[in-house]
Write a protein that binds this ligand. Sequence first.
Ligand code: HEC
Length: 218
Amino acid sequence: MRNSKSKPRPSSLVALAVLAVGVGACSPAVDERSEPAVSEPHAAPPRELSAERRAVEALLPLKQGLMTALTTALEEGGPEQALAACRLAAPAVTQDASSPEVRVGRTSHRLRNPDNAAELWMEPALADWVAGDTAGSHAVELPGGRLGYLEPIYLQAMCLQCHGSDLGSGVRERLAELYPEDRATGFAEGDFRGMFWVVVPIDPGSGKASEVVSEEPS
Ligand code: HEC
């Protein structure tokens, strides 16, 4: 092990996280299931359901890419260095997981990176989960033949290295440097942290999801 004694043991934490979380990274997920499951409280019409399945699948490379970036960075240098690595990796991974037809990302009610701010259509679901909604996902029909899909992200113990209240002093300093407006600390294990989101065309090949969706859901 390259890590000094004063540091937490990132490798074992990471191994735990891989087991417990299964996916995700600088912000992975969730109440993980290995199978993409659609757990809607509402009954979606069939056309939407297939868009929803495509949305669930579109999230996998994002979750996987973030997890790889986080575990690699933690193994290489512990949470302080991983912070800087995540700062570079997270936007790039998010970009890579998007395409002209499908946009993906993460957002939160308590942002670390202001670039991750919620679009208008995401706000009702965000407010619901902040208020304790237990739904596993939400789907929102958007103008232009698009479907917005959202999944909640809950914090695991390992996430608290960078999002908890008892941060190492090095981590705290690094955060102040990199994210002067950081609101994403002080969380506890199991807290709602934010959401993964996806925009897909309802009929594949018929629309672009890449334009910014700023309309209110109808
Ligand atoms: C090594 C420190 C570190 C760890 C551990 C970590 N994160 Fe993060 N997290 C970050 C950084 C840095 C960002 C900002 C990335 C960016 O600039 O886009 C971030 C951003 C996020 C975001 C995006 C929303 C926002 O506030 O910008 C979510 C959601 C998130 N983290 C959840 C988690 C979850 C869940 C875990 C545990 C599975 C976790 N994080 C573990 C450092 C960490």
